[in-house]
Design a binder for this molecule. Structure first.
Ligand code: GLU
Length: 547
Protein backbone atom coordinates (compact mmCIF):
# COMPACT_ATOMS: atom_id res chain seq x y z
CA UNK A 1 0.00 0.00 0.00
CA UNK A 2 1.24 3.45 -0.82
CA UNK A 3 1.13 4.90 2.66
CA UNK A 4 2.33 8.34 1.64
CA UNK A 5 -0.52 8.61 -0.79
CA UNK A 6 -2.96 7.32 1.82
CA UNK A 7 -1.72 9.84 4.40
CA UNK A 8 -2.24 12.61 1.90
CA UNK A 9 -5.73 11.41 1.07
CA UNK A 10 -6.69 11.26 4.74
CA UNK A 11 -4.94 14.42 5.91
CA UNK A 12 -4.93 16.57 2.79
CA UNK A 13 -3.71 19.73 4.54
CA UNK A 14 -1.21 21.60 2.46
CA UNK A 15 1.75 23.28 4.04
CA UNK A 16 2.08 21.21 7.20
CA UNK A 17 5.58 21.52 8.57
CA UNK A 18 7.89 18.52 8.51
CA UNK A 19 7.48 16.82 11.88
CA UNK A 20 11.17 17.24 12.81
CA UNK A 21 10.72 20.97 12.54
CA UNK A 22 8.75 20.97 15.79
CA UNK A 23 11.81 19.73 17.65
CA UNK A 24 13.45 23.01 16.64
CA UNK A 25 10.42 25.20 17.26
CA UNK A 26 10.00 23.79 20.75
CA UNK A 27 13.57 23.11 21.84
CA UNK A 28 14.56 21.47 25.09
CA UNK A 29 14.18 23.97 27.89
CA UNK A 30 17.29 25.52 29.19
CA UNK A 31 16.95 24.50 32.81
CA UNK A 32 19.26 23.25 35.52
CA UNK A 33 19.61 19.53 35.95
CA UNK A 34 16.82 18.18 38.11
CA UNK A 35 14.45 21.05 37.30
CA UNK A 36 10.96 19.72 36.72
CA UNK A 37 8.49 21.04 34.19
CA UNK A 38 4.95 20.36 35.36
CA UNK A 39 1.55 21.36 34.14
CA UNK A 40 -2.05 21.59 35.09
CA UNK A 41 -4.12 20.48 32.13
CA UNK A 42 -7.79 20.96 32.94
CA UNK A 43 -10.71 20.73 30.59
CA UNK A 44 -12.53 24.07 30.58
CA UNK A 45 -15.70 22.72 32.15
CA UNK A 46 -16.03 25.52 34.65
CA UNK A 47 -15.91 23.15 37.60
CA UNK A 48 -12.67 23.59 39.44
CA UNK A 49 -12.39 21.35 42.43
CA UNK A 50 -10.29 20.49 45.41
CA UNK A 51 -8.60 17.70 43.43
CA UNK A 52 -7.38 20.34 40.95
CA UNK A 53 -5.99 22.45 43.75
CA UNK A 54 -4.39 19.43 45.37
CA UNK A 55 -2.79 18.45 42.09
CA UNK A 56 -1.85 22.04 41.23
CA UNK A 57 -0.13 22.40 44.58
CA UNK A 58 1.90 19.26 43.92
CA UNK A 59 2.74 20.58 40.43
CA UNK A 60 3.61 24.04 41.63
CA UNK A 61 5.70 22.86 44.57
CA UNK A 62 7.54 20.31 42.43
CA UNK A 63 8.36 22.88 39.75
CA UNK A 64 9.33 25.61 42.15
CA UNK A 65 11.38 23.57 44.57
CA UNK A 66 13.47 22.27 41.68
CA UNK A 67 13.92 25.50 39.74
CA UNK A 68 11.52 24.35 37.04
CA UNK A 69 8.41 25.65 35.35
CA UNK A 70 4.70 25.20 36.07
CA UNK A 71 2.39 25.92 33.17
CA UNK A 72 -1.31 25.87 32.34
CA UNK A 73 -2.60 23.99 29.33
CA UNK A 74 -6.25 23.90 28.41
CA UNK A 75 -7.51 20.57 27.20
CA UNK A 76 -10.48 21.74 25.20
CA UNK A 77 -10.74 18.95 22.64
CA UNK A 78 -14.25 18.22 23.82
CA UNK A 79 -16.17 21.27 22.61
CA UNK A 80 -19.40 20.13 24.25
CA UNK A 81 -17.98 20.41 27.75
CA UNK A 82 -16.59 23.89 27.28
CA UNK A 83 -17.97 26.66 29.50
CA UNK A 84 -17.32 30.35 28.90
CA UNK A 85 -15.02 31.96 31.42
CA UNK A 86 -13.78 28.60 32.67
CA UNK A 87 -10.11 29.35 32.02
CA UNK A 88 -10.25 32.64 33.90
CA UNK A 89 -12.01 30.84 36.69
CA UNK A 90 -9.20 28.26 36.98
CA UNK A 91 -6.59 31.01 37.10
CA UNK A 92 -8.57 33.15 39.54
CA UNK A 93 -9.43 30.25 41.84
CA UNK A 94 -5.85 29.07 42.06
CA UNK A 95 -4.54 32.60 42.49
CA UNK A 96 -6.88 32.98 45.45
CA UNK A 97 -4.93 30.14 47.02
CA UNK A 98 -1.64 31.75 46.11
CA UNK A 99 -0.85 29.40 43.24
CA UNK A 100 0.46 31.05 40.13
CA UNK A 101 1.48 29.68 36.78
CA UNK A 102 4.78 30.63 35.19
CA UNK A 103 3.50 30.14 31.70
CA UNK A 104 0.49 29.08 29.69
CA UNK A 105 -3.04 29.92 28.65
CA UNK A 106 -4.02 33.49 29.57
CA UNK A 107 -0.80 33.91 31.52
CA UNK A 108 1.15 37.00 30.69
CA UNK A 109 4.67 35.65 30.65
CA UNK A 110 7.88 35.94 28.65
CA UNK A 111 8.19 32.17 29.04
CA UNK A 112 5.26 31.49 26.71
CA UNK A 113 7.39 29.84 24.04
CA UNK A 114 5.68 26.49 23.94
CA UNK A 115 2.15 27.47 22.98
CA UNK A 116 -0.51 27.74 21.84
CA UNK A 117 -1.66 26.44 25.19
CA UNK A 118 -5.19 25.62 24.05
CA UNK A 119 -5.37 22.24 22.37
CA UNK A 120 -7.93 23.43 19.85
CA UNK A 121 -5.35 25.87 18.55
CA UNK A 122 -2.78 23.13 17.99
CA UNK A 123 -4.67 21.23 15.31
CA UNK A 124 -1.85 21.52 12.78
CA UNK A 125 0.69 20.00 15.10
CA UNK A 126 -1.54 17.04 15.84
CA UNK A 127 -2.41 16.51 12.20
CA UNK A 128 1.27 16.59 11.27
CA UNK A 129 1.98 13.72 13.59
CA UNK A 130 -1.13 11.75 12.73
CA UNK A 131 -0.06 12.01 9.12
CA UNK A 132 3.40 10.81 10.03
CA UNK A 133 2.01 7.77 11.81
CA UNK A 134 -0.17 6.93 8.81
CA UNK A 135 2.85 7.18 6.53
CA UNK A 136 4.71 4.83 8.81
CA UNK A 137 1.87 2.33 8.89
CA UNK A 138 1.30 3.00 12.58
CA UNK A 139 -2.16 4.51 12.17
CA UNK A 140 -5.08 3.85 9.87
CA UNK A 141 -8.55 5.10 9.02
CA UNK A 142 -11.55 3.43 10.58
CA UNK A 143 -14.97 3.77 9.00
CA UNK A 144 -16.97 1.82 11.57
CA UNK A 145 -20.21 3.51 12.54
CA UNK A 146 -21.34 4.02 16.13
CA UNK A 147 -23.92 1.24 15.63
CA UNK A 148 -21.27 -1.18 14.40
CA UNK A 149 -19.08 -0.40 17.37
CA UNK A 150 -22.03 -0.88 19.73
CA UNK A 151 -22.71 -4.27 18.20
CA UNK A 152 -19.10 -5.34 18.67
CA UNK A 153 -19.17 -4.14 22.25
CA UNK A 154 -22.38 -6.06 22.97
CA UNK A 155 -20.87 -9.22 21.51
CA UNK A 156 -17.69 -8.80 23.54
CA UNK A 157 -19.67 -8.22 26.71
CA UNK A 158 -21.74 -11.32 26.02
CA UNK A 159 -18.58 -13.39 25.48
CA UNK A 160 -17.05 -11.88 28.62
CA UNK A 161 -14.19 -10.55 26.54
CA UNK A 162 -12.35 -7.26 26.92
CA UNK A 163 -14.33 -4.61 25.13
CA UNK A 164 -12.80 -2.30 22.56
CA UNK A 165 -11.22 -2.17 19.15
CA UNK A 166 -8.37 -4.64 19.00
CA UNK A 167 -7.12 -7.83 17.35
CA UNK A 168 -9.81 -9.62 15.41
CA UNK A 169 -12.33 -6.93 16.31
CA UNK A 170 -10.30 -4.21 14.66
CA UNK A 171 -12.23 -4.54 11.43
CA UNK A 172 -10.71 -1.63 9.56
CA UNK A 173 -7.16 -2.48 10.52
CA UNK A 174 -6.75 -4.68 7.51
CA UNK A 175 -8.81 -2.88 4.89
CA UNK A 176 -7.30 -3.09 1.45
CA UNK A 177 -6.21 0.00 -0.44
CA UNK A 178 -9.23 -0.33 -2.75
CA UNK A 179 -11.67 -0.64 0.13
CA UNK A 180 -10.27 2.44 1.79
CA UNK A 181 -10.43 4.60 -1.32
CA UNK A 182 -13.90 3.31 -2.11
CA UNK A 183 -15.18 4.37 1.29
CA UNK A 184 -13.44 7.70 1.01
CA UNK A 185 -15.03 8.24 -2.35
CA UNK A 186 -18.43 7.44 -0.88
CA UNK A 187 -17.73 10.23 1.62
CA UNK A 188 -17.94 7.90 4.62
CA UNK A 189 -16.84 9.62 7.81
CA UNK A 190 -13.77 8.14 9.44
CA UNK A 191 -11.55 8.41 12.48
CA UNK A 192 -7.85 7.64 12.63
CA UNK A 193 -6.79 4.85 14.93
CA UNK A 194 -3.45 3.83 16.29
CA UNK A 195 -2.29 0.53 14.84
CA UNK A 196 -1.26 -0.87 18.18
CA UNK A 197 2.00 -2.76 18.23
CA UNK A 198 1.38 -4.12 21.71
CA UNK A 199 0.13 -7.45 22.96
CA UNK A 200 -1.70 -8.41 26.12
CA UNK A 201 0.73 -11.31 26.35
CA UNK A 202 3.41 -8.82 27.38
CA UNK A 203 3.79 -7.03 30.65
CA UNK A 204 6.13 -4.20 31.51
CA UNK A 205 7.12 -2.42 34.65
CA UNK A 206 7.22 1.29 34.91
CA UNK A 207 8.16 3.51 37.80
CA UNK A 208 5.49 5.90 38.97
CA UNK A 209 6.98 8.84 40.86
CA UNK A 210 4.43 8.34 43.64
CA UNK A 211 3.30 4.75 43.53
CA UNK A 212 6.68 3.22 42.73
CA UNK A 213 7.09 0.26 40.38
CA UNK A 214 3.89 -0.79 38.70
CA UNK A 215 3.62 -3.73 36.35
CA UNK A 216 1.04 -3.35 33.64
CA UNK A 217 -0.05 -5.16 30.52
CA UNK A 218 0.87 -3.67 27.17
CA UNK A 219 -1.81 -1.87 25.24
CA UNK A 220 -3.30 -3.72 22.32
CA UNK A 221 -6.23 -1.41 21.65
CA UNK A 222 -6.33 0.50 18.40
CA UNK A 223 -7.44 3.64 20.17
CA UNK A 224 -8.82 6.59 18.24
CA UNK A 225 -6.20 9.31 17.90
CA UNK A 226 -8.04 11.68 15.58
CA UNK A 227 -11.81 12.05 15.70
CA UNK A 228 -13.96 12.45 12.61
CA UNK A 229 -14.06 16.22 13.11
CA UNK A 230 -10.27 16.33 12.82
CA UNK A 231 -9.78 16.94 16.54
CA UNK A 232 -7.46 14.60 18.41
CA UNK A 233 -8.44 12.57 21.44
CA UNK A 234 -7.04 13.43 24.86
CA UNK A 235 -4.64 10.48 24.68
CA UNK A 236 -3.00 11.65 21.51
CA UNK A 237 -3.05 15.37 22.23
CA UNK A 238 -1.49 14.97 25.65
CA UNK A 239 1.36 12.86 24.27
CA UNK A 240 2.16 15.49 21.66
CA UNK A 241 1.78 18.36 24.08
CA UNK A 242 3.72 16.93 26.98
CA UNK A 243 6.53 16.15 24.56
CA UNK A 244 6.66 19.51 22.81
CA UNK A 245 5.94 21.55 25.90
CA UNK A 246 8.85 19.63 27.38
CA UNK A 247 6.99 18.40 30.42
CA UNK A 248 9.28 16.31 32.58
CA UNK A 249 6.76 15.12 35.16
CA UNK A 250 3.06 14.55 34.57
CA UNK A 251 1.23 14.73 37.88
CA UNK A 252 -2.37 13.63 37.48
CA UNK A 253 -5.14 11.69 39.19
CA UNK A 254 -4.90 7.94 39.53
CA UNK A 255 -8.00 7.53 37.36
CA UNK A 256 -5.55 7.91 34.46
CA UNK A 257 -3.44 4.96 35.51
CA UNK A 258 -5.50 2.56 33.43
CA UNK A 259 -4.73 4.62 30.29
CA UNK A 260 -1.02 4.58 30.96
CA UNK A 261 -0.20 1.63 28.65
CA UNK A 262 -1.87 3.54 25.79
CA UNK A 263 0.09 6.66 26.64
CA UNK A 264 3.38 4.82 26.84
CA UNK A 265 2.70 3.20 23.48
CA UNK A 266 1.77 6.52 21.89
CA UNK A 267 5.03 8.06 23.00
CA UNK A 268 6.85 5.03 21.66
CA UNK A 269 5.28 5.07 18.19
CA UNK A 270 5.80 8.81 18.00
CA UNK A 271 9.46 8.30 18.81
CA UNK A 272 9.26 10.39 21.98
CA UNK A 273 10.83 9.72 25.33
CA UNK A 274 7.83 9.68 27.67
CA UNK A 275 7.79 12.11 30.60
CA UNK A 276 7.80 10.64 34.09
CA UNK A 277 4.36 10.12 35.54
CA UNK A 278 3.11 10.62 39.07
CA UNK A 279 -0.40 9.39 39.75
CA UNK A 280 -1.92 11.02 42.82
CA UNK A 281 -4.41 9.11 44.89
CA UNK A 282 -7.99 10.33 45.05
CA UNK A 283 -9.19 12.56 47.84
CA UNK A 284 -11.40 10.58 50.18
CA UNK A 285 -13.60 11.46 53.12
CA UNK A 286 -15.09 9.56 56.00
CA UNK A 287 -18.79 9.00 55.59
CA UNK A 288 -19.88 7.44 58.86
CA UNK A 289 -17.49 4.53 59.25
CA UNK A 290 -16.63 4.19 55.59
CA UNK A 291 -14.07 5.97 53.51
CA UNK A 292 -15.25 7.12 50.12
CA UNK A 293 -14.16 9.36 47.28
CA UNK A 294 -15.27 12.99 47.48
CA UNK A 295 -18.19 13.32 45.15
CA UNK A 296 -19.33 16.29 43.12
CA UNK A 297 -22.95 15.43 43.80
CA UNK A 298 -22.78 14.75 47.52
CA UNK A 299 -19.98 16.97 48.81
CA UNK A 300 -20.15 20.74 48.37
CA UNK A 301 -16.65 20.93 49.84
CA UNK A 302 -15.27 19.39 46.66
CA UNK A 303 -15.85 22.62 44.79
CA UNK A 304 -13.21 25.31 45.24
CA UNK A 305 -15.91 27.95 45.17
CA UNK A 306 -17.16 26.52 48.43
CA UNK A 307 -14.01 27.72 50.20
CA UNK A 308 -14.15 31.17 48.68
CA UNK A 309 -17.83 31.64 49.42
CA UNK A 310 -17.53 30.41 52.99
CA UNK A 311 -14.49 32.64 53.39
CA UNK A 312 -11.86 30.14 54.38
CA UNK A 313 -8.50 31.68 54.89
CA UNK A 314 -6.80 30.64 51.65
CA UNK A 315 -3.43 29.95 53.21
CA UNK A 316 -5.13 27.64 55.70
CA UNK A 317 -6.55 25.54 52.88
CA UNK A 318 -3.12 25.37 51.25
CA UNK A 319 -1.37 24.50 54.49
CA UNK A 320 -3.96 21.87 55.24
CA UNK A 321 -3.56 20.37 51.76
CA UNK A 322 0.20 20.35 52.29
CA UNK A 323 -0.35 18.06 55.27
CA UNK A 324 -2.35 15.76 53.01
CA UNK A 325 0.30 15.92 50.27
CA UNK A 326 3.32 15.22 52.46
CA UNK A 327 2.62 13.75 55.87
CA UNK A 328 5.85 15.17 57.32
CA UNK A 329 4.63 18.71 56.62
CA UNK A 330 2.69 18.76 59.88
CA UNK A 331 5.85 18.08 61.84
CA UNK A 332 7.65 20.83 59.92
CA UNK A 333 4.80 23.21 60.66
CA UNK A 334 5.01 22.51 64.37
CA UNK A 335 8.70 23.34 64.28
CA UNK A 336 8.19 26.35 62.04
CA UNK A 337 4.88 27.90 63.08
CA UNK A 338 5.89 31.21 61.52
CA UNK A 339 7.58 29.69 58.50
CA UNK A 340 6.44 30.13 54.92
CA UNK A 341 5.15 26.76 53.70
CA UNK A 342 7.23 27.30 50.58
CA UNK A 343 10.33 26.72 52.66
CA UNK A 344 9.26 23.15 53.33
CA UNK A 345 11.03 20.65 51.10
CA UNK A 346 8.11 19.13 49.25
CA UNK A 347 8.83 15.72 47.75
CA UNK A 348 6.57 14.12 45.20
CA UNK A 349 7.73 10.62 46.18
CA UNK A 350 6.57 11.22 49.76
CA UNK A 351 2.96 11.54 48.64
CA UNK A 352 0.60 8.85 49.85
CA UNK A 353 0.19 5.86 47.58
CA UNK A 354 -3.46 5.34 48.34
CA UNK A 355 -6.60 7.19 49.51
CA UNK A 356 -5.68 10.65 50.79
CA UNK A 357 -8.11 11.47 53.56
CA UNK A 358 -9.59 14.94 53.43
CA UNK A 359 -10.87 15.97 56.83
CA UNK A 360 -12.90 19.17 56.98
CA UNK A 361 -12.60 19.31 60.77
CA UNK A 362 -8.84 19.35 60.50
CA UNK A 363 -9.01 22.06 57.87
CA UNK A 364 -11.21 24.08 60.20
CA UNK A 365 -8.61 23.75 62.95
CA UNK A 366 -5.84 24.93 60.65
CA UNK A 367 -8.03 27.80 59.54
CA UNK A 368 -8.75 28.86 63.11
CA UNK A 369 -5.06 28.90 63.90
CA UNK A 370 -4.17 30.87 60.79
CA UNK A 371 -6.89 33.44 61.34
CA UNK A 372 -5.88 33.83 64.98
CA UNK A 373 -2.40 34.79 63.83
CA UNK A 374 -3.44 37.72 61.67
CA UNK A 375 -2.65 41.31 62.53
CA UNK A 376 -5.60 43.73 62.58
CA UNK A 377 -4.58 45.00 59.11
CA UNK A 378 -4.30 41.48 57.69
CA UNK A 379 -7.56 40.50 59.28
CA UNK A 380 -9.23 43.57 57.83
CA UNK A 381 -7.90 42.79 54.34
CA UNK A 382 -8.97 39.17 54.58
CA UNK A 383 -12.49 39.99 55.74
CA UNK A 384 -12.83 42.83 53.28
CA UNK A 385 -11.94 40.61 50.34
CA UNK A 386 -14.75 38.29 51.33
CA UNK A 387 -17.15 41.16 51.98
CA UNK A 388 -16.41 42.73 48.59
CA UNK A 389 -17.48 39.55 46.86
CA UNK A 390 -20.01 37.90 49.12
CA UNK A 391 -21.01 40.38 51.81
CA UNK A 392 -24.30 42.28 52.05
CA UNK A 393 -24.57 45.92 50.98
CA UNK A 394 -24.45 46.88 54.64
CA UNK A 395 -21.25 44.87 55.16
CA UNK A 396 -19.70 46.63 52.19
CA UNK A 397 -20.57 50.00 53.63
CA UNK A 398 -19.16 49.07 57.04
CA UNK A 399 -15.85 48.09 55.52
CA UNK A 400 -15.40 51.55 54.09
CA UNK A 401 -14.48 52.82 57.55
CA UNK A 402 -11.16 51.08 57.96
CA UNK A 403 -9.98 53.06 60.95
CA UNK A 404 -13.10 52.19 62.94
CA UNK A 405 -12.91 48.56 61.90
CA UNK A 406 -9.29 48.21 62.94
CA UNK A 407 -10.31 49.28 66.43
CA UNK A 408 -13.19 46.82 66.40
CA UNK A 409 -10.98 43.99 65.16
CA UNK A 410 -8.35 44.68 67.75
CA UNK A 411 -11.00 44.10 70.34
CA UNK A 412 -13.17 41.40 68.81
CA UNK A 413 -10.40 39.27 67.30
CA UNK A 414 -7.92 40.22 69.97
CA UNK A 415 -5.51 41.35 67.27
CA UNK A 416 -4.38 44.13 69.58
CA UNK A 417 -3.14 41.96 72.39
CA UNK A 418 -2.14 38.53 73.61
CA UNK A 419 -5.64 37.16 74.05
CA UNK A 420 -6.43 36.10 70.52
CA UNK A 421 -9.80 34.83 69.50
CA UNK A 422 -9.23 31.28 68.23
CA UNK A 423 -12.65 30.05 67.22
CA UNK A 424 -13.10 31.75 63.84
CA UNK A 425 -12.79 29.39 60.89
CA UNK A 426 -14.14 31.54 58.11
CA UNK A 427 -14.51 35.16 57.07
CA UNK A 428 -18.27 34.93 57.21
CA UNK A 429 -18.21 34.14 60.94
CA UNK A 430 -15.76 36.95 61.54
CA UNK A 431 -17.88 39.50 59.71
CA UNK A 432 -21.01 38.58 61.66
CA UNK A 433 -19.13 39.25 64.92
CA UNK A 434 -18.89 42.88 63.89
CA UNK A 435 -22.59 43.45 63.36
CA UNK A 436 -23.36 45.07 66.71
CA UNK A 437 -20.76 47.76 66.14
CA UNK A 438 -23.00 49.26 63.48
CA UNK A 439 -26.48 50.59 64.14
CA UNK A 440 -27.96 49.23 60.95
CA UNK A 441 -26.99 45.66 61.83
CA UNK A 442 -27.38 45.95 65.60
CA UNK A 443 -30.07 43.42 66.35
CA UNK A 444 -30.43 43.18 70.13
CA UNK A 445 -32.17 40.50 72.11
CA UNK A 446 -33.29 42.32 75.28
CA UNK A 447 -33.81 39.30 77.44
CA UNK A 448 -32.93 40.29 80.99
CA UNK A 449 -32.84 38.07 84.05
CA UNK A 450 -34.19 40.87 86.26
CA UNK A 451 -37.40 42.79 86.70
CA UNK A 452 -38.28 45.92 84.82
CA UNK A 453 -37.55 48.37 87.65
CA UNK A 454 -34.13 46.95 88.34
CA UNK A 455 -33.18 47.00 84.66
CA UNK A 456 -34.41 50.53 84.17
CA UNK A 457 -32.61 51.88 87.23
CA UNK A 458 -29.35 50.26 86.09
CA UNK A 459 -29.66 51.57 82.54
CA UNK A 460 -30.71 55.09 83.51
CA UNK A 461 -28.12 55.43 86.23
CA UNK A 462 -25.29 54.35 83.97
CA UNK A 463 -26.47 56.51 81.09
CA UNK A 464 -26.28 59.49 83.44
CA UNK A 465 -22.73 58.85 84.62
CA UNK A 466 -21.06 57.27 81.60
CA UNK A 467 -17.99 59.18 80.47
CA UNK A 468 -15.88 57.78 77.63
CA UNK A 469 -12.84 59.42 79.19
CA UNK A 470 -13.01 56.97 82.10
CA UNK A 471 -10.39 54.27 82.11
CA UNK A 472 -11.30 50.69 82.89
CA UNK A 473 -11.16 51.05 86.64
CA UNK A 474 -13.10 54.32 86.72
CA UNK A 475 -15.68 52.73 84.46
CA UNK A 476 -15.95 49.71 86.73
CA UNK A 477 -16.21 51.85 89.84
CA UNK A 478 -19.33 53.41 88.33
CA UNK A 479 -20.81 50.00 87.63
CA UNK A 480 -20.08 48.98 91.20
CA UNK A 481 -21.69 52.12 92.57
CA UNK A 482 -24.99 51.21 90.92
CA UNK A 483 -25.15 47.76 92.52
CA UNK A 484 -26.41 48.74 96.02
CA UNK A 485 -29.05 51.05 94.53
CA UNK A 486 -30.84 47.98 93.13
CA UNK A 487 -30.12 45.66 96.05
CA UNK A 488 -27.10 43.97 94.39
CA UNK A 489 -23.77 43.26 96.05
CA UNK A 490 -21.02 45.52 94.79
CA UNK A 491 -18.27 43.12 95.89
CA UNK A 492 -18.23 39.53 94.69
CA UNK A 493 -16.74 38.30 97.97
CA UNK A 494 -19.60 39.89 99.85
CA UNK A 495 -22.10 38.22 97.53
CA UNK A 496 -20.49 34.81 97.75
CA UNK A 497 -20.65 34.84 101.53
CA UNK A 498 -24.35 35.65 101.72
CA UNK A 499 -26.02 35.32 98.35
CA UNK A 500 -29.46 35.22 99.96
CA UNK A 501 -28.98 38.81 101.13
CA UNK A 502 -28.80 40.17 97.56
CA UNK A 503 -30.92 40.21 94.41
CA UNK A 504 -27.75 39.99 92.39
CA UNK A 505 -24.20 41.24 92.20
CA UNK A 506 -21.97 43.63 90.33
CA UNK A 507 -21.47 41.29 87.40
CA UNK A 508 -25.25 41.20 86.95
CA UNK A 509 -25.19 44.98 86.65
CA UNK A 510 -22.59 44.62 83.94
CA UNK A 511 -24.71 41.97 82.21
CA UNK A 512 -27.69 44.31 82.01
CA UNK A 513 -25.47 46.98 80.51
CA UNK A 514 -23.93 44.46 78.12
CA UNK A 515 -27.28 43.30 76.83
CA UNK A 516 -28.30 46.90 76.27
CA UNK A 517 -25.13 47.93 74.46
CA UNK A 518 -24.17 44.80 72.49
CA UNK A 519 -27.52 43.02 72.33
CA UNK A 520 -26.27 39.88 74.02
CA UNK A 521 -24.99 38.76 77.47
CA UNK A 522 -21.63 37.73 75.95
CA UNK A 523 -19.11 40.11 74.49
CA UNK A 524 -15.52 41.25 74.82
CA UNK A 525 -14.62 44.00 77.26
CA UNK A 526 -17.66 46.25 77.57
CA UNK A 527 -15.78 49.37 78.60
CA UNK A 528 -13.71 49.15 75.39
CA UNK A 529 -16.81 48.48 73.29
CA UNK A 530 -18.50 51.60 74.69
CA UNK A 531 -15.33 53.55 74.01
CA UNK A 532 -15.40 52.45 70.37
CA UNK A 533 -19.11 53.21 70.01
CA UNK A 534 -18.63 56.61 71.63
CA UNK A 535 -20.71 58.50 74.19
CA UNK A 536 -23.68 59.27 72.05
CA UNK A 537 -24.29 55.83 70.65
CA UNK A 538 -23.55 54.11 73.96
CA UNK A 539 -25.99 56.21 75.97
CA UNK A 540 -28.48 56.00 73.16
CA UNK A 541 -28.37 52.23 73.31
CA UNK A 542 -28.76 52.28 77.10
CA UNK A 543 -31.89 54.41 76.71
CA UNK A 544 -33.33 52.34 73.89
CA UNK A 545 -32.98 49.24 76.01
CA UNK A 546 -35.21 50.53 78.82
CA UNK A 547 -38.11 48.23 79.52
N1 GLU B 1 -7.61 17.00 30.79
C1 GLU B 1 -7.37 15.98 31.75
C2 GLU B 1 -8.33 16.19 32.90
O1 GLU B 1 -8.95 17.23 32.98
C3 GLU B 1 -5.96 16.07 32.23
C4 GLU B 1 -5.34 14.79 32.59
C5 GLU B 1 -3.84 14.98 32.72
O2 GLU B 1 -3.43 15.76 33.59
O3 GLU B 1 -3.09 14.38 31.94
O4 GLU B 1 -8.52 15.35 33.74
Amino acid sequence: MDLKKLAKALIPDEGLLPPEKYEEIFPQRNLEKGAEVTRLAPSPTGFIHLGNLYSALADERTAHTTGGVFYLRIEDTDEKRKVDGAVESVIRSLKYFGIKFDEGAEIDSPLNNYGPYYQRRRAEIYRTFVKKLIEEGLAYPCFCSAEELDEVRAKQTENKETTGYYGKYAKCRNLSEEEIYKKLKEGKPFVIRLKSQGSIENKFTFRDAIKGDITVTENDQDVVILKSDGIPTYHFAHAIDDHFMRTTLVIRGEEWLSSLPVHIELHKVLGFKPPRYAHTCSLMKMDGDTKRKLSKRKDPELSLDYYRKAGYFPLAVVKYLMTVLNSNFEEWLLKNPDGDYREFKFKIDKMGKSGALFDLDKLNDVSKTEISRLSAEECYDFLKEWVDEFGTDKDKLHFKDKEYLLKVLNLVMGTGGKKRRKDIERAEQGVRLLDYFFDDTFNPDYTYRFDKDTVNVVLNSFANVYDPADDNSAWFAKVKAIAPTVGFASEMSEYKQNPENFKGNVSDVAEILRIAVTGSPNSPDLCTIMGILGKERSTDRLKKALM
